[in-house]
Ligand binder design. Structure first.
Ligand code: GDP
Length: 229
């Protein structure tokens, strides 16, 4: 277990003490695994608002989900990328759903398997009407890659909002972190000049908890969560 991912318990300050506990995220906290859907028929019927997480294998998607949920192992890091090509769905306290989409771009996956899950991913992104927003996880050091644009090209024209998490920002110094976010914004503005306003980019680190609250605010907005303690 990675100890750095463990979120500290709220401090034991006595009630009424003038010490505010650090702000905690809301959208994914308390999420419960519902089902791993390997095909359209296994998806829960559309109903509550749903948010989805996508990204290249190893971009840090599972770690980002865990950081937002303040859990260590809500989303599992796959030891054999490309094996479990399913959409993992989580029930959120707000009543909404979160979908962890299969990571893409893992080179060692057989071509027909890749095609199969790309078809499922494409179908999900284009037909899931209750999907209110897409979180795209990309390594801050590498920016958006062609496969990321393949996913975005499918989703962005629907005019639904996108949040790009520029992950592993802790591996960059502060000016590099800013540069990474600016660079990703420029990539998006060049590709989607008409929709750029609907795409937020947040520098993120699961290990150092950079950008967790900024990302959570976006997710709460999408899910209609207003109550913040
Ligand atoms: P996924 O395949 O996109 O779900 O990626 P994972 O969340 O499993 O992360 C892939 C690797 O990157 C693992 O070794 C993680 O420990 C590491 N990682 C993920 N997020 C961060 C981060 O914010 N900072 C650093 N330094 N490493 C990270």
């Amino acid at each position: 277990m990675n100890k750095r991912n463990i979120v500290p318990e709220p401090s034991g300050a006595p009630q009424g003490a003038d010490v505010q506990p650090p702000e905690q995220p809301l959208a994914l906290v308390g999420a419960q695994f519902v089902i791993g859907a390997a095909g359209r028929s296994q998806l829960p019927p559309p109903g509550p608002p749903e948010i989805a997480f996508a990204g290249r294998s190893n971009a840090g998607k599972s770690s980002a989900i865990n950081a937002l949920a303040t859990r260590t192992r809500l989303a599992f890091t796959s030891r054999t990328p490309g094996r479990t090509q399913q959409i993992n769905l989580f029930q959120l306290r707000s009543g909404g759903l979160a979908a962890d989409l299969p990571g893409y771009g893992y080179a060692a996956v057989a071509r027909d398997v890749k095609r199969e899950w790309q078809d499922f991913l494409w179908e999900y992104l284009t037909t899931r009407d209750t999907l209110v927003g897409l979180v795209l996880v990309a390594d801050a050091r590498h920016g958006l890659k062609p496969l990321d644009f393949t996913v975005l090209d499918v989703f962005v024209p629907s005019a639904r909002p996108v949040l790009v998490l520029a992950t592993k920002s802790d591996k960059l110094n502060q000016s590099e972190q800013r540069g990474a976010v600016v660079g990703i914004r420029a990539q998006l503005a060049a590709r989607y000049p008409a929709q750029a306003h609907a795409i937020a980019v947040v520098g993120f680190s699961a290990t150092r908890r950079i950008g967790v609250m900024a990302a959570d605010r976006v997710l709460c907005d999408w899910l209609g969560i207003t109550a913040r303690k």
